[in-house]
Design a binder for this molecule. Sequence first.
Ligand code: ZN
Length: 466
Amino acid sequence: MNISIHFLGAAQSVTGSKHLLHFDDFQVLIDCGLFQGLKELRLRNWDPFPMDVSQVEALVLTHAHIDHIGYLPKFVKEGFDGPVYCTSATADLAKILLLDSAKLQEEEAEWAKKKGYSKHHPPKPLYTTEEAENTFRLFQPYEFDEDIYLRDDIRIKFHNAGHILGAGWVELTVQTERQQKTLVFSGDLGRYHQPILRDPVSMKQADVLVTESTYGDRDNLFEDPSEEFAQVVNEALERGGCLLIPAFALGRTQMVMYYLKTLMEAGTIPKVPVYLDSPMAISMTKLYKHHFSYHKLRDEDLSKESIFDYELFNYYRSAEASKGINEIRRNAIIVSSSGMCTGGRILHHLYHRLPREEDTILFVGFQAKGTRGRDILEQKETIRMFGQEVPLKMQVRKIDGLSAHADKNELLKWVSTLQEAPKRTFIVHGEIESAQALQQTLTQKLGWSNVHVPDYMEQHKLFDNI
Ligand SMILES: [Zn+2]
């Protein structure tokens, strides 16, 4: 058997994760992510897939973030009809996120039609809500550590990656008559010692390792973020304004709620109303109750006295209630999505608050190049919103310690659980500086050889004639 890999996304960038494996002429795709951020990346979502999609036999999803699953409806539209393997939590979350992604695509096309800009005439969404729904029938949910046979001689297993609810790293084993080979895909790796999710599970053996590197150049994320978090909240409220926290609906929002409640109960920050303004985040939060085995929270934590329920927490689903928040001038905390300010309700909050000096915005997650979040973080003078240049006057803060991604030391800790160095290592899912920093660390600190940072569309032979 010959095995090769084709990097179709998240290569020297953080979005569009897609790794195509060829086992002779049996094809498996690991992750099916949407490109986001820079326009040149987003345009790739419209490129034809480099092979006949109907020839791909199976799809494996590491976790439910859109940059790992958001291309699926397009992939199915183009002819993929095989099984989609993932954990049961990933399947539940993916359905909510794909519907939301379709809605955003539809809204964007509608907006382009109104404004008269689009390369398509008439403007069309990448996929529709109906096309997103049409993928649900393909999901085949499993639990961590279960053997899943893609074919008699190819087996995969998900192991907890600690990144978001249900996120797994993938161990893929190929058994030929003569040899056994193991390929490991990190997906996105989470952090150690988190309050809600369990630590990433250790690896034992990998002939080929494909690892993420989002924070491959950062190694100071270790500290408990509560103190820094409390300081930002206190300063923001003392300025006499509101604190706005853009957060990914899944994972970050729940961490933020956890810390806000803990700090308020301890009296470290003032007890002010918190508005959770993201219908999707509310639905996601409920899913923690259905997927007990995936996190550390116990029954009583998720009951009425839940860490996500608190007298000062206000959950807003309706658009009218959401708009009402614009009237609040001081002493409130608003948590809304999307986390990188690319869409969702955060937009109207930003539109109203960006010019207000007394308000503060706090970033708690990674901001990719080309996103509005990155522009704000880099303190550009004006931010483009709804076709206007809005002056940026609000205070800008960030805390890295709440990230869902392992830092360099944690990535090292995880790869060091291997009994011996992989024969080949590919570093993906990181902007070039981070990927190269991790490459350097693996080669210099651990003495690994054959560590490569692949570029978009690069193809590599892994094994010949095994
Ligand atoms: Zn992720």
